[in-house]
Design a protein around this ligand. Sequence first.
Ligand code: ARG
Length: 463
Amino acid sequence: MTDKTSNAMWGGRFASGPDAIMEAINASIGFDRRMAAQDIAGSRAHAAMLAAQGIITDSDAEAIREGLLTILSEIEGGSFEFSTALEDIHMNVEARLKALIGAPAGRLHTARSRNDQVATDFRLWVRDQTDAAIEGVTALQKALLGQAEAGADWVMPGFTHLQTAQPVTWGHHMMAYVEMFGRDAARLRDARVRMNECPLGAAALAGTSFPIDREATAQALGFDRPMANSLDAVADRDFALEFLSAASICAMHLSRLAEELVIWSSAQFRFVAMSDRFSTGSSIMPQKKNPDAAELIRAKIGRILGATVALFTVMKGLPMTYGKDMQEDKEQVFDAADTLMLSLAAMEGMVRDMAARPENLRAAASSGFSTATDLADWLVRELGLPFREAHHVTGALVAKAEARGCDLPELTLAEMQEVHGEISEGVFSVLGVDNSVASRTCYGGTAPAQVRAQIARWRELLG
Ligand code: ARG
């Protein structure tokens, strides 16, 4: 077929074919060929159901089945010739089926429309990606758990405002990300439950007068049930928006972790050494080892969130039911899914390979007056000071240490007593970073015992 003849699928009322520009803006085969396997699975389920219901003959259904299997192997083998004139994956497959098996091919589209077909294919595709994303997130969580286990009691500075706040443990910091990615996986799982309903059988929009069995096709394609409203079935793209939204939040978490790796691997911090496998060099500065993968992951949120905003913008204000606008859904979701999968894999590799430097973590934790809160708490506990006053006294001690160019444990008892006469020798027991973290034993706190309990819980959950 060329663009000079009318379309064999819908050209009955057309005297001429489309303008080349029309064809260019209309065609989706350049990208929706990625849904070929899902399209063929949907058609196989539909044809089998049509035969079981006596709507087409068994022999036609068998010819269709065999033809579709041939097409699948042609596509997988790279010999299938995609045609832009045939617009999309649905019509490319159907035209090839006609060439292969002749007349029975024309019966496949009975009681079906491209509107329910594309909604079904796309759901199946997004469902696969949701499963793959959950797997990717889980693998990353396991890499983080490995890091947490190695350094459950390594002391490092905890930050607020990127200023040293209180000592925490490396394991605790790693486990914070395990929690975040755990919620990301849970969001994807929730979305999967909602998306797992089958649009097939909604036909163009109103359903069909043929005696189809929607339960059967839903079941054959692994859906929990058919969608209950045919208008909604062809019009809905919530499932894609939910996937993109969950992907965006996950990409945001990846971006935050990536930023920490960039900071931590810098010569100023030296908290971690990134492996050569996930670093690059500079073409001019021989000493450089750059955390390019982390920087790229830090940026990828832009594409994923961009896709999310793009699809929301496409969908807003669309009247019921299908509009060709909705063909703009796929490239965004494809790109976002590819980007998320690559980012997860790269982050998993980086986390698995990176080597924390416990001595540098400890040195950083021991500076910056990180145990000032412990000191204030001691004044409350031991001297009965109101916390506000203790805060003030501690502030004066910090100022004294700063003026002397030392940290809190280096102040002498006499110097401390100049600020508050009742301070006694016992105070030194809370000024060390190990005591500080070990004391934070409340549920969810940074004490190594708590961190190990959380690691064990997650090991159990992730298997
Ligand atoms: N390629 C189309 C899409 O992705 C398939 C559905 C076309 N439906 C129609 N009524 N023209 O949305």
